[in-house]
Design a binder for this molecule. Structure first.
Ligand code: FAD
Length: 482
């Protein structure tokens, strides 16, 4: 048994929570003091280089997590640099005899953690990792042939058949601190918040970052929006989805906590809404499954047929898309929702992504990077898998010929134009018929709504019909590739 005064180190990464945190629970169980360590990793492109919107979220989430730990008797130590160098140094300085962490699944992170485990073993330290951030272990859930799943439905079936989940762990009431804490950096010095300009000024109206905020979002969803989820989830005009994604992305809530809460709400009677919601959660699992087995998912076409696709990059067109001035209201509303709140409704993500890839023929990687920088829920797996899904190059992807018509999509999923009016106020005066296609409105209608196309709101940057034909021709050219 370790001496009760030998500290354990707990690495905090994308798991900013006290509840359902097996690494933390294990360290506390061990009986000695606990060193809580958050490292801004400079040698890991995923862990270290968060996008700008997620840096905003991280600042607030960490601030709250630090307070929650302080109220339980301990402080989080902040450091910048290489994870393993820092951990090894702190372990030597403090005489720590154990290191615990919750597992991460991107390649670089896995390699770094495996190195740390080896170092700990060589130096007589206990090192233990835990499954906590996914419901399944990507290395264990495999097809009959022993390989990874490449198609969602069989993955879902295997997942549903094989997984059984325990109860989430309760949060600790006390975390014993060492008598002398290692030195810490100061969070404000990390300058995670934007200043000039402060483009995140309106984010706080939309979100409550942190573990408490995640709980509030979950309760709100279960009580107010779960019923009707299956049919309503595609309509961006009202809050019909859980908005849990940014909380999940930084691990303020675990998927097991969500899964369990849904089970409790079902009381033994799953509904089509709860089943559909679970399936969406499992899309997150599937995305991580893919990234685990195909680490290059964000850079390279999953389907090699698309490797030499003839993208035509046009910087002006890309900028117009990012700023939400394409002239297609549903696309513009989505891109502005993203800018104003750091988030975009799933249906609109699909429409906006399809517009970039298929109407503008811009490489999906540009879109993936823009989303990574501007989404508060940026997730290396879900983002890459979803962009490839829309492009047609991904696993189980939308077929290449499926090209969203932004006008029809708007009419179908925002029939009263509520969503568009919220984010594209310069055309709010148009009636429901015209709001999805101001470029077809009569001069009289435009005058009445005080719109001057090309001045107060842009003309469409491409003709969708022409763009569609161009995309289909380009896709036809790669169709035969192997
Ligand atoms: P809900 O409908 O309430 O779903 C619950 C949870 O299930 C979500 O929080 C999320 O964790 C998961 N989920 C739902 N749909 C998907 C999906 N299609 N793929 C993977 N997981 C899903 N999601 C991210 O979390 N991060 C991203 O960076 C991201 N990038 C995307 C990029 C594109 C181009 C597209 C089309 C989708 C992307 N998604 C991403 C998936 C999806 O849009 C979001 O997960 C969803 O909109 C989050 O809102 P919610 O929490 O209200 O979802």
């Amino acid at each position: 048994m370790p001496s009760s005064n030998a500290p354990s180190i707990v690495l905090i990464r994308r798991d900013l929570r006290l509840g359902d945190n097996p690494a933390l629970t294990e360290a506390i169980k061990r009986g000695g003091p606990v060193i809580l360590l958050y490292i801004r990793e400079t040698d890991d492109p995923d862990a270290g280089a968060l996008g700008a919107a997620q840096r905003w979220w991280l600042h607030h989430s960490l601030t709250r997590h630090m307070k929650a730990c302080e109220s339980r008797g301990n402080l989080i130590i902040l450091r910048t640099g290489s994870q393993n160098e820092i951990v090894q140094k702190i372990a030597k300085e403090t005489g720590a005899t154990a290191i615990f962490w919750n597992r991460r699944y991107h390649l670089k992170g896995r390699e770094t953690d495996a190195d740390l485990k080896r170092w700990a073993k060589d130096h007589g330290l206990e090192a233990k990792s835990f499954a906590a951030n996914l419901l399944h272990e990507p290395s264990k859930l495999l097809t009959g042939a022993g390989g990874p799943y490449r198609v969602y439905t069989p993955f879902w079936k295997a997942f549903s058949a094989t997984e059984s989940f325990g109860e989430p762990l309760p949060p600790p009431s006390k975390i014993r601190a060492p008598e002398r804490l290692p030195e810490s950096e100061i969070l404000d010095d990390w300058k995670l918040l934007p200043t000039k300009p402060n483009w995140a000024g309106s984010f706080m109206d939309a979100w409550i970052p942190g573990e408490q905020g995640a709980k509030v979002a979950l309760i709100f969803f279960l009580e107010e929006a779960m019923r009707g989820y299956r049919t309503q989830r595609d309509f961006p005009g009202s809050k019909t989805t859980s908005r849990l994604s940014p909380h999940l992305a930084l691990g303020e809530i675990s998927p097991l906590q969500i899964w369990h809460a849904v089970e409790e709400a079902e009381k033994g009677y799953p509904t089509e809404d709860t089943i559909h919601f679970r399936k969406e959660l499992v899309w997150r699992e599937f995305s991580w499954h893919l990234l685990f087995h195909y680490p290059d998912l964000a850079n390279k076409e999953f389907n090699p047929r698309f490797a030499d696709f003839g993208w035509s990059h046009d910087e002006r067109a890309f900028r117009a898309w990012t700023r939400g001035i394409t002239g297609y209201p549903i696309v513009d509303a989505g891109m502005r929702e993203l800018w104003q709140t750091g988030w975009m409704h799933n249906r609109v993500r699909m429409i906006a992504a399809s517009f970039l890839i298929k109407d503008l023929m811009i490489d999906w990687r540009y879109g993936e990077q823009w989303f990574r920088d501007t989404l508060v829920d940026a997730d290396p797996a879900s983002n890459a898998a979803s962009w490839q899904w829309v492009a047609g190059s991904g696993a189980d992807a939308a077929p290449y010929f499926r090209i969203f018509n932004p006008v029809l999509q708007g009419e179908k999923f925002d029939p009263k134009g509520d969503y568009i009016r919220r984010y594209v106020p310069e055309i709010e005066g148009l009636g429901n018929e015209a709001i999805h296609k101001p470029f077809e409105a009569s001069k009289a209608l435009l005058d009445k709504a005080e719109i001057r196309l090309g001045f107060t709101y842009p003309k469409p940057m491409v003709d969708h019909g022409v763009a569609r034909d161009r995309a289909l021709r380009a896709y036809d050219a790669v169709k035969g590739n192997t």
